[in-house]
Design a protein around this ligand. Structure first.
Ligand code: HEM
Length: 475
């Protein structure tokens, strides 16, 4: 049960109805409804989601407690039904329980798969996919047509798949993957009865949810088998991809690691890499284009910087990016107002822990509302305003040391894909903004843009943005 400590601090408990607890108070999107609750009840609230006690953290100071001071205590993830079914029961990385397997694979990601050297080695691949995207935008522009930002989703997917599998993916497969990744995101946001009322595990089956999840998993499993088979049977161009590294470890050929990987581990890891890397990076592109089109002055300022630095070259290259301070500030501001994972990923207390005098028992689930924190008036001036300049004026960044701003999380469970993601995002934005001007389709005004968020664990716009690309007149 919940105890208060000697200082007798009581948790802020929104009034709850017996049995369902606070589930009825939660709306969509979850981070916004939790933000409203925390405004009413304080930055640390305890919800009873069914039988699962869940703490919601909504201030920078408390985020620091959970992800820095007591990070080890909260380094576990809850064992959710969706990860049991879709991620081969936690054989992935994001939902792997805290322990030796997680530690080894995380190390592998940081030092090899997603480390600086590997990210650099993918530069030609990023350049190739950017050229491919620029060509498809050009052909739309030549017909004075409209392009859906879905094209940018296929781009992030292509970069990720290429890095994972070492080969290009057909357009047809890209579309299939984009659809399956979106379905994952929706399943991860879904409330399954078993997660909140373990005794009611059968209810998910009765409601047909479990059947759908199983079917979805079977499609993934077959696709992953096929991708591995195709990879093993083909000769590779270029350097090592993620799958090569994993297969080497499986054969025990690698001297750098002593993890024991089964085929299921490999499939789980491929699945999360492809999914975690695609949707989140696309979300940043989606919101950046939306915010810039809505703020034409900022769009102009961003383009001016890029065009001066690119200085008439045929493409913007990675060497140019380090000088593009305003573009980097735009991306930071997008990650502040629209963090792709607004509640980070759920954590679970490994043991009892005391935070600010509150006793938090083992197994309590923890949600860090990064969305609410990066819009908190305590930390940010005019937080609702899209103003990239704020990042030119302050040294705050997303590397996990500023707890008022943690779009990639912080501590042991922090995202290992940050560098991979920013390299991709910066390059593609610099290019599409350099070579095209972007307008809304006829009849739509900036003020009419629908900025509502859609469903799913990754926060994307509800409506795909449609834009008219116009080739830029470069001097
Ligand atoms: C803009 C893009 C991205 C954002 C905003 C993002 C955000 C996040 C967040 C918030 C977490 C949870 C952190 C926590 O619990 O403290 C996470 C975890 C993770 N991300 Fe990312 N991510 C992005 C791109 C990527 C990419 C490109 C990859 C790799 C392919 C990736 C792989 C992972 C993995 C494997 C984890 C789990 C880490 C663990 O549990 O130890 N992410 N990410």
């Amino acid at each position: 049960g919940w105890k208060t400590t000697s200082t007798k601090k009581n948790f802020c408990l929104p009034k709850r109805v017996s049995f369902i607890g606070n589930l009825h108070q939660l709306g969509h999107p979850l981070h916004i409804s939790l933000c409203k609750l925390s405004k009413e009840h304080g930055p640390l609230i305890l919800l009873h989601l069914g039988r699962t006690p869940t703490v919601v953290v909504s201030s920078a100071e408390l985020a620091h407690e959970f992800m820095r001071t007591h990070d080890l205590c909260f380094a576990n993830r809850p064992r959710l039904k969706v990860s049991k079914f879709l991620l081969y029961d936690g054989k992935d990385l994001p939902f792997a329980p805290y322990g030796e397997y997680w530690r080894q694979v995380k190390k592998l990601c940081i030092t090899q798969l997603l480390g600086s050297k590997m990210v650099e080695s993918f530069a030609p691949l990023r350049a190739r996919e950017v050229t491919h995207l620029l060509r498809s935008i050009s052909s739309v522009a030549a017909d004075r047509g409209v392009i859906s930002l879905e094209a940018f989703n296929l781009f992030t997917n292509a970069v990720m798949c290429n890095a994972v599998l070492g080969t290009s993916v057909s357009d047809e497969r890209k579309k299939l993957l984009a659809e399956m990744i979106h379905a994952n995101s929706v399943y991860f946001a879904q409330l399954f009865a078993e997660d909140y009322f373990p005794a009611l595990w059968w209810l998910d089956a009765l409601l047909g949810l479990e059947g759908k999840l199983r079917k979805h998993f079977k499609r993934w499993d077959a696709l992953l088998d096929m991708m591995i088979e195709e990879h093993v049977g083909s000769s590779q161009e270029g350097g090592a991809c993620f799958l090569d590294v994993l297969l080497d470890i499986q054969k025990n050929d690698s001297s750098t690691s002593n993890i024991c990987l089964t085929k299921e581990h490999i499939k789980a890891l491929l699945l999360v890499m492809i999914a975690a890397g695609t949707d989140t990076s696309f979300a940043v592109l989606d919101w950046t284009m939306s915010e810039l089109v809505r703020n034409p002055n900022l769009m102009r300022k961003t383009q001016e910087e890029i065009r001066i630095i690119a200085n008439g070259e045929a493409t913007v290259r990675e060497e140019h990016l380090s000088k593009m301070h305003y573009l980097k500030a735009v991306i930071k501001e997008v990650l502040r107002l629209h963090p792709p994972s607004p509640l980070l990923a759920p954590r679970e207390a490994i043991r009892d822990c005391q935070i600010h005098g509150y006793e938090i028992p083992r197994k309590t689930r923890v949600l860090i509302n990064a969305w609410a924190i990066s819009r908190d008036r305590e930390s940010w001036e005019n937080p609702e305003e899209f103003r990239p300049e704020r990042f030119l004026e302050c040294p705050i960044d997303y590397k996990g040391n500023n707890f008022e701003y943690t779009p990639f999380g912080a501590g042991r469970r922090m995202c290992p894909g940050m560098q991979f993601a920013t390299a991709t995002i910066e390059l593609v934005l610099a290019n599409v903004l350099c070579f095209f001007d972007w307008k809304l389709p006829d009849g739509l005004r900036e003020d009419d843009m629908d900025m509502t968020e859609g469903e799913g664990i990754t926060c994307l716009r509800k409506q795909r943005l449609l834009l008219v690309p116009v080739p830029a007149k470069l001097k």
